[in-house]
Design a protein around this ligand. Structure first.
Ligand code: TYC
Length: 103
């Protein structure tokens, strides 16, 4: 019969705690100058929205002042904000994109 090693020689394997990541909403803010088509393209390319969803989100931002482009873990949300802002600036548009915790 195989013998187990004494307790002092055994290793306790602990599982690392897996926390679900905190999620952040990436918001687009309305302004009077960024073309509607640019916002729709951005939502399709960067936030992987369908053309229909992208149009709806853009119009919601246009009418209500802000709208959710997507919800992501913190680092991904930060990257999306950075990329959206860069694309807008390079195209000469004042579009603002911000993030907030999704509670
Ligand atoms: N209000 C802009 C216009 O009339 C369109 C727009 C929509 C701008 C959404 C920014 O996040 C935005 N051209």
């Amino acid at each position: 019969m195989p013998q187990r090693p004494p307790e002092s020689e055994t290793q306790t394997l602990t599982r690392p705690e897996l926390k679900t990541p905190e999620m952040y909403r990436v918001l687009l803010l309305n302004d009077d100058y960024t073309p509607m088509d640019f916002v729709v393209d951005l939502l399709i390319r960067l936030f992987h929205r369908s053309a229909l969803q992208a149009n709806r989100i853009m119009l919601a931002v246009h009418h209500k002042g802000s709208g959710v482009a997507g919800v992501y873990p913190r680092e991904i949300a930060e990257t999306k904000v950075h990329q959206a802002t860069e694309l807008a600036r390079k195209a000469g548009h004042p579009l603002r994109c911000v993030m907030e915790e999704d509670i």
